[in-house]
Write a protein of this length. Structure first.
Length: 692
């Protein structure tokens, strides 16, 4: 088996020896060059690795993938890595550790493996560090055969440094491949995503996130979004440097019209003598403000359970039970890195490239709050975009009218969803085109469709005939229940696109969780949906009719999480546990069947009728407003002009007492209850079908 032999002061080449079961072949004319740290292997320790046990493969596919490259595709296997930490000690502990790691990989794959290591920092004159093509020249000098020149068009490099904002290395791997003139892949693209370590972290994370929230959390969520919460409240912000905590606090204080008033506390704002204050000072100030009946927002990272515990139990000694809300601000790594790198004059000097490293280290330490691990927390929420964070600032500032009368909600930076979309389920083919044309003329700006509705062709014809509309109509399409294999996804979507007479839909939703979960293909089907998103066939991904367990399973496996979850929701079926889970993970909830299919049990409910009479509007308008006022968009079905106008009329804000009376109707009664969603499987809503 190959053994690493370092013999050059700057660039070190590991000499190979053929494994016992592989006959050495003639020189090969193409190279699979792969980075070491963060690509072939990842660290499973805190800080820098110091033992072989601190390393693990990117994922379990690595050995088979490398053997396939060697055996079936004729590649020469090569590790190319920068290791400045061993520039002064080529026989030291770090050098020996790197050598052990490479030998371990060679033993696992049982194939010839070479390694070329640059050990002198790029800051030193004459360095061969990537991205310099000088490193490739060394590779060619030692490993290529003059008689068999390398085919650069077929060779490639795999590395993790791709010049994204969160990359502290500045994209050296991608730049190296470009300088050499060979193809470049990330480990995610080449070995599959995520890494085994990241997958385990996600699974642990969502195993705890799926625990049903306490009843107090469900009522707190409803009152927060409906803007009828009562203070005082202790609001703890959770997020690393650059996550947007200061911006949130500025928005909250500027917009707040609440009584009691908000008090903003941080170690920076409580500073004395020009120096940051101490946590104990923040605790004391928070305790004092809460005792006076004020609301308090604490601007600290609160990365761990222990750090949050100090504030969650702030008034325990006084036996005062103050509701404790936690808002997690978790934008993508790239956003965090960009903010930290570009900011100046930060009180804690967390800025520039050093600041980015600190922020990403903090992110590694972050433990998401859960109701099960921290029972003192009343409500846990999450915001991953500036728009979402701003929305929470409005809710905590009691800006009732903003949510109650808004027409659109931001799902991402470039995708807005109308609060009212037109549902096309059970809209017959003969009237579908006329119905959609009427809806667009009345102001509907989003259409929901699915292959199982049997009218996609007619929807497409209607949309094509309305192409001159000034404002684009958002289209929601679905991957049907019958699609259980990844290779079926694109064919299904292409068929829908052809029927809709368009090249891209705005939202692509997985219609049901049952069949793919029974087949064990949820991950593969979703991955292919992600590929469709990356290829520009849709602008956002989502799901329909999932419960918390199914959502947890999906989020633990996906690379691109859903931005929307469409599910049945009305006062008789509030699904508070799912709403709460989605709020904690940045997933917008859209209510289908918001009018209960027009059935008397909802439309003629005495509470609904009473609120309609009090507000001088129809029961349908009340039911739409109940969802919208809680931040939930709706997909009602309508075929008449009067009904559509009713849905789009200027909405009247429901009073807190009216919202609470409607909230109290929840009994879990579904109007859409297919038998295949009942049983003991993880995706099932309940064990027994309720019957009719």
């Amino acid at each position: 088996m190959g053994r690493a032999q370092f013999f050059a002061p700057n660039v070190n080449v590991n000499a190979k020896a053929s494994p016992k079961n592989v006959v050495d072949q003639a020189p090969r004319n193409k190279v699979a060059a792969i980075d070491l740290d963060g690509t072939l292997v990842v660290w499973n320790c805190t800080g820098y690795p110091s033992a072989l046990s601190h390393y693990e493969l990117w994922n379990t596919t690595v050995p088979a993938k490398l053997r396939q490259l060697y055996d079936e595709q004729g590649y020469q296997l090569l590790v190319v890595s920068n290791q400045a930490a061993i520039q002064r000690a080529h026989t030291g502990k770090k050098a020996q550790l790197v050598q052990h790691v490479i030998n371990w990989i060679a033993q696992l794959i049982d194939r010839p493996l070479y390694a070329v290591i640059s050990t002198q920092s790029s800051k030193k004159p004459g360095s061969f560090h990537k991205p310099s093509p000088k490193l490739w020249q060394v590779v060619q000098k030692h490993l290529s055969s003059p008689a068999v020149p390398w085919n650069l068009e077929q060779s490639f490099f795999v590395g993790d440094s791709v010049n994204t904002p969160e990359d502290p290395q500045g994209g050296v791997d991608a730049k190296f491949a470009h300088a050499v003139g060979i193809a470049f892949y990330t480990p995610t693209e080449f070995f599959g995503a995520p890494s085994d370590r990241e997958r385990r972290q996600q699974q642990r994370r969502f195993a705890t996130q799926g625990v049903p929230p306490p009843v107090a959390a469900l009522s707190a969520r409803s009152s927060l979004v409906g803007a009828y919460w009562k203070g005082p409240i202790l609001l703890l912000l959770c997020g690393v440097q650059g996550s947007g905590k200061s911006t949130f606090c500025e928005q909250l204080l500027q917009r707040s019209s609440s009584s009691p008033p908000w008090v903003h506390l941080s170690q920076d704002t409580i500073a004395t003598g020009g120096k940051p204050g101490k946590r104990e000072q923040v605790e004391a100030a928070a305790r004092h403000a809460l005792q006076q009946g004020k609301c308090v927002v604490v601007d600290r990272m609160h990365l761990t359970v222990a750090q949050r515990h100090l504030f969650v139990h702030l008034l325990e000694e006084e036996q005062q039970r103050i509701p404790v809300h936690v808002l997690v601000l978790n934008p993508p790594k790239s956003v965090i890195a960009k903010r930290v790198r570009e900011r100046t004059n930060h009180p804690g000097k967390v800025q520039g490239d050093d600041g980015v490293r600190k922020a990403l280290q903090s992110l590694e330490q972050f433990v998401l709050p859960t109701y099960s691990a921290e029972p003192g927390i009343t409500l846990i929420s999450s915001a991953s975009t500036p728009a979402m964070a701003s929305r929470f600032a409005d809710w905590y500032a009691k800006k009732t009218s903003l949510m109650a009368t808004t027409d659109y909600i931001a799902l991402s930076e470039n995708l807005e969803l109308p609060m009212v979309s037109l549902g096309t389920m059970n809209v017959g083919k003969r009237i579908a085109k006329e119905t959609i044309a009427l809806a667009i003329s009345q102001g509907i700006r989003a259409i929901d469709t699915a292959p199982s509705y049997k009218n996609v062709d007619e929807v497409g014809e209607a949309l094509a005939s309305q192409a001159d509309q000034k404002r684009k109509v958002l289209v929601i399409a679905k991957i049907p229940k019958s699609v259980v294999r990844p290779e079926q996804v694109r064919d299904s979507l292409n068929t829908t696109l052809q029927s809709l007479q368009c090249s891209c839909v705005d939202l692509l939703l997985l219609h049901w969780p049952c069949d793919v979960m029974v087949a064990g293909t949820l991950s593969g089907v979703w991955k292919e949906m992600e590929a469709c998103y990356k290829d520009g066939l849709c602008r956002g991904l989502g799901v329909c009719n999932f419960n918390v367990a199914a959502l947890s399973q999906l989020l633990a496996q996906c690379s691109i999480p859903p931005v929307i979850h469409q599910m049945e929701r009305h006062p008789l079926c509030a699904q508070g546990d799912v709403v709460d889970f989605c709020a904690r993970h940045g997933i917008h909830v859209q209510a289908h069947t918001p009018l209960g299919q027009g059935k008397d049990v909802l439309m003629k409910n005495e509470v609904v009728l009473a609120v309609a009479q009090e507000t001088k509007q129809s029961p349908a308008a009340v039911l739409v407003q109940w969802n919208v006022q809680q931040g939930v968009s709706v997909v009602p079905k309508s075929q008449s002009q009067a009904h559509m106008q009713d849905l789009l009329q200027e909405r009247k804000v429901l009073l807190p007492t009216q919202m609470e009376r409607l909230d109290a109707l929840d009994c879990g009664k579904r109007m859409v209850a297919p038998p295949f969603m009942y049983g003991t499987a993880a995706f099932c809503w309940h064990e027994r079908h309720p019957g009719r």
